[in-house]
Ligand binder design. Structure first.
Ligand code: SF4
Ligand code: SF4
Length: 393
């Protein structure tokens, strides 16, 4: 890979939050402090150096930013106040915009006002659309059953359409991530390494494993951030499964169906609790990883809190017999859900739910890279042992 330097990269990264990179004098204290780094994936000093040198392609093909979980220990130990933890966070934002084929992520990160306006416009359109649909198709005083303002069957179809739209945006970006980090190196005409197809199958279990547990995060010295993140993640996934597959059961009532509602209550408590915890931390700057908040971090948390609270509110109102108020709350809920799923998940901070487990998977794939010359020398080309080029703990 030709290493061309982009002298403007460092200024560009400042728009993503990396404002103190110039202060770094490469002492390496940060890397020595980090409990997640190793000889193969050495960070944060090395990516900081690449950033100072403007080595754009090298950063683009790197997985290091996704292997950092922003515990903030390195920033605490930096003698120059160069905020290496925040730089890794900024690199994740920058990479998100590099993977995104539409350019929307880049626009949102570099011009946060555009993100705010987009979210508000999409929310207003969603609110108007659902209100008109409800007024012409049902009655505001009916929450479920015949004549419902927003019938569960219609909303269910709408949810699946949203999911399809989300995947249509996110999947190409995941493919681009693969291309930058694995594909380009292994499929290039002048490639020096190749990847056996079996490696893709052998490591595929890492995707659900890291998605559900974030077990690499658990290796940080401080366990509380991992725990809060885990609660948030599991609550979100539980709620998603309930909405996509059990919406009608969630809707039924006024009797409580404990088989599904107990999961809904746990997930709601987890979402509200973890979101308030994170918002409070960012407001008070109580921990080092909360001290530098990019505008997009707020949008992520605020939308999630609105979704969770309006979801709880409509449930309480409906169970109390206040169906008209429950429907109003439901419209507000959907006004937050729509921009969250079609704008925030594919183009903003939420996309890390896909990119982090993928990074673990791709890092495992890179362990199985085989030098092309060794394969050619082996009889029949099949005897070559995989050469360990990198290893993720
Ligand atoms: S970020 Fe700070 S600790 Fe890390 S190499 Fe630079 S000056 Fe040293
Ligand atoms: S923030 Fe934590 S995990 Fe990330 S590089 Fe710094 S010490 Fe390592």
């Amino acid at each position: 890979m030709a290493l061309r330097a982009n002298p403007e990269l460092i200024e560009d990264l400042a728009l993503y939050g990396a404002e103190d990179v110039q202060k770094c004098y490469n002492c390496g204290n940060c890397t020595a402090t980090c409990s997640l780094t190793d000889a193969k994936y050495s960070y944060p000093r090395r990516p900081m150096r690449n950033l100072q040198l403007g080595l754009e392609k090298k950063l683009e093909s790197g997985l290091e930013p996704w292997l950092c979980y922003y515990c903030g220990e390195c920033s605490t130990e930096c003698p120059r106040g160069a905020a290496p933890g925040e730089t890794m966070m900024s690199l994740r934002r920058w990479l998100t915009s590099r993977y995104d084929f539409t350019g929307i992520a880049r626009l949102f990160y570099r011009r946060p006002r555009v993100e705010i306006i987009s979210v508000v416009v999409v929310a207003l359109f969603a609110g108007l659309g659902f209100t008109l649909f409800g007024v012409f198709g049902g009655s505001i005083s009916h929450y479920n059953g015949q004549n419902a303002f927003l019938p569960s069957s219609t909303i269910h179809i709408f949810d699946w359409c949203l999911a399809a739209l989300l995947l249509a945006f996110l999947l190409p970006n995941c493919v681009r991530m693969w291309w930058f980090t694995v594909g380009r190196e292994t499929l290039a005409r002048d490639r020096r390494v190749r990847l056996p197809a079996s490696a893709y199958v052998k490591a595929v279990h890492l995707l659900p494993l890291h998605f559900m547990t974030q077990r690499r995060y658990a290796k940080c010295d401080r366990k509380r951030p991992w725990l809060v993140h885990l609660v948030l993640m599991l609550s979100y996934v539980t709620m998603l499964v309930l909405i996509m597959f059990f919406l009608r059961d969630m809707w039924s009532g006024p009797r409580i169906d404990w088989r599904v509602h107990v999961f809904g209550y746990l997930a709601s408590a987890g979402l509200v609790g973890a979101t308030i915890w994170a918002l409070r931390g960012r407001l008070k700057k109580s921990e080092v990883h909360y001290q530098h908040s990019h505008e997009t971090d707020w949008m992520f948390l605020v939308l999630l809190l609105v979704v969770a609270l309006t979801g709880v509110l409509q449930h309480v109102l409906h169970r109390s017999g206040a169906d008209a108020a429950a429907n109003v709350s439901y419209v507000v809920h959907l006004m937050a859900v729509v921009p969250m799923l079609v704008l925030e998940v594919p183009f903003s901070k939420w996309s890390h739910m896909a990119y982090r487990p993928l990074a673990m998977y791709f890092a495992a794939l890179r362990e199985q890279l085989v030098p092309v010359t060794a394969v050619e020398q082996a009889p029949g080309g099949a005897q070559a042992e995989p050469v360990i080029l990198s290893r993720v703990p």
